[in-house]
Every structure is written in C-alpha cells, then in structure tokens.
Design a protein around this ligand. Structure first.
Ligand code: DON
Length: 333
C-alpha cells in the first residue's frame, strides 16, 4: 500500500493511481453485506463488481476496477434533484416544504417533523419525493426532460432511465407511496401524487457508472461547473445548501459516524454507489453493491475511510487553504 502521512502527502499522479489500485485489491476480498433486494430488479446485480474513481477539479481522472459498469443512481440522485428544485423555487420556498435536519432514522422511515409536518431533509425518501414534486415543468414529460438534462450537465453526456428498474420500483414501492400520501395529507405535496412518485422512481433509475459519479462529485467540488466540459450544472449559490445536507444527512443513520470519521459530504445509494465531495479539490466515487444494514456500500465506506485518512481529507483536518491534495493538481495523469 502506498503510504502517505496525514497532511503531508507526497503523491504524484502515477503513484496516486497505484494507491487506488492497492485500495481496490485490498478491499476486493471483502464479502460482507448483501445486495439490495427490496426492489426486485436490483437483486440481479453481480455482487463482485467494484470500482473506485477520483476526478480532480482540474479535470484529471483516476479510475480502477469496473468503472464503466452501469448501475442505477438510486438515492444519489436526491442530491442533484435538490439542486434543481432549489434553482426552480428558491431556498426560502424549498425550506417551507423540506427541512434540513438529520433524522437518525432509516432512509425509508415513514415519518415527518412533528411540528411543521415537513419531511426532515431531502436525502431521506420522504424529503426526496417532496423535493422532486417541486421540480418545474408543464407536464410529466417536460419535468422528466428537465431532470435528464440536469444530469447531462453534471455528467457531460446524455443519460437514460433503466425501464426495468423503474417499473420494478414503481410496482413495489408502497412505502414510498404511503409517504407521498401522508405528505399530500399535510399539504407538502400538491401535484398529482402518482406523477410525483413516477418522477422520483425515474430519477432513481437513471443509469450511471462510477466515472460518471466521480465527475458529478467533482462538479459539486468545482462550484457547480463540470471540470471536464466546463458547463455550469447548477447555480453556484446553492452549492453550500447541497453540500450541507449531504454532510449532515447523506449517509442516513450513519451520517454522524461518517462525518466524524471521513469528514466530507457524501451520498450513498442502494445500488451500491457512494460519492463524496472534497470542496475545491476533487470528487470521489466508489461502486460495490454489497450493502450494510443501513443501505451503504460496505467496501465503499471502507475505501472512503481509508482515502480520507491517507489524504487527510477530513474537512476539519486539512490546512486552512485546503491544499492537502494540491500537489497532484495541475499535473497530467
Ligand atoms: O426509494 C427507494 O427506496 C430507492 N429508489 C432509493 C433508495 C436508496 O438508494 C437509499 N439509499 N441508500
């Protein structure tokens, strides 16, 4: 394993790729966890798939393993849908419909804030459904197209919805349906409930690979501008809103321990992806479908813990100018 001392990283690009390869072979043998099966189509995934990608804000790509393997984005989509809803409705209005408090509950808990009746935050399912229902468009097709175009800006190429996963979740997603009805009852969703759910299920079934996720993460790290295409994916004024809820809520009922140990905003999904954002430096993505009891990728958590420790990425550990990774910036692969 390539060694690096915290805060004193002497890494060159070729060594960094070697470091990622070492991490990949170290954790490839980990077989703990289980693939998600509550959406029947997700249970068909090969549990051995495993990839790690890093994209820096100056556009360098580092990729190891099955980084071109496509999978559905699932809950990781919630981050980007939140950005689009903020752009469409503004911060003040969104806050009247979706809170920013971590719950300590599972991602699919059927629970709203006692006082306000808002879902707790946009990273749990209830909050994500409410957020998605606020995306503008003159009908279901326009809303879906605006959502897909938003993903295109972050990734740098067109994306598509996996129809099998979408219909699999649509026909089994009764917990989400229950939450949507509860929120409709309290006036937190005001459009057609089934249409809001369909758009939510469709956004979760958008296909990405590990490299795409790392580019999306790097776009958030780069103040909303895709570092490969130079296209603005989201208004930079909302980056702090997005990263704040990722930091406090992105890993569900593991969010506190993640913030303590890894210390960078991140989001996981039940397909096995985790992406993490190191502001002004890089995006990290890991894909491995074996999940722990909270729905986070087992290898993904381990890889991010080790990357954070070795590169001294914890937000409260880096030097004030966040320069701990700057020695690979500006160099070629
Ligand atoms: O709503 C659901 O249950 C899925 N479409 C997404 C859940 C998810 O990815 C939770 N993540 N860990």
């Amino acid at each position: 394993m390539a060694q690096a001392n915290q805060g004193d990283l002497e890494i060159v690009p070729s060594q960094f790729l070697g470091f990622l390869k070492d991490l990949h072979s170290k954790y490839k043998s980990v077989q703990e966890g289980a693939v998600a099966n509550y959406i029947p189509e997700l249970a068909k995934v090969n549990p051995d798939l495993f990839s790690i990608c890093v994209v820096t804000v100056d556009g360098q790509l580092y990729e190891v393993g099955d980084y071109e393997q496509l999978f559905t984005i699932q809950s990781m989509s919630k981050v980007f849908a939140y950005g689009l809803a903020l752009e469409d409705r503004g911060r003040d209005y969104i806050l009247t419909r979706v809170g920013v408090e971590p719950t300590g509950d599972a991602f699919n808990a059927i629970i709203l804030d006692e006082q306000s009746k808002r879902p707790h935050n946009p990273m749990v399912n209830a909050g994500a459904i409410a957020t998605t229902s606020l995306i503008k468009g003159s009908g279901a097709t326009e809303r879906l197209n605006r959502m897909l175009d938003m993903f295109r800006r972050y990734i740098g190429h067109d994306v598509f919805v996996d129809i099998s996963v979408f219909t699999s979740e649509r026909s089994t997603g009764h917990r989400n349906r229950a939450m949507a009805h509860l929120m409709f009852n309290f006036g937190m969703i005001d459009q057609n409930i089934e249409e809001a759910l369909d758009l939510y299920f469709q956004q979760c079934a958008v296909m990405v690979n590990c490299r795409d996720l790392a580019v999306m993460a790097a776009t958030l790290a780069n103040r909303g501008t895709n570092p490969i295409t130079d296209e603005q994916a989201v208004d930079r004024h909302y980056i702090k809103d997005i990263l704040s809820v990722m930091y406090t809520c992105g890993m569900y009922n593991f969010a506190g321990e993640w913030a303590y140990k890894v210390g960078i905003p991140a989001k996981s999904g039940v397909s096995g992806g985790i992406f993490a954002v190191v502001p002004h430096q890089m995006g990290i993505a890991v894909f491995s479908p074996l999940l722990d009891a909270r729905g986070n990728s087992v290898r993904g958590v381990k890889v991010c813990e080790e990357l954070s420790q070795h590169l001294a990425l914890h937000l409260f550990e880096c030097s004030a100018n966040n320069s701990c990774f700057s020695n690979i910036q500006g160099s070629s692969k």
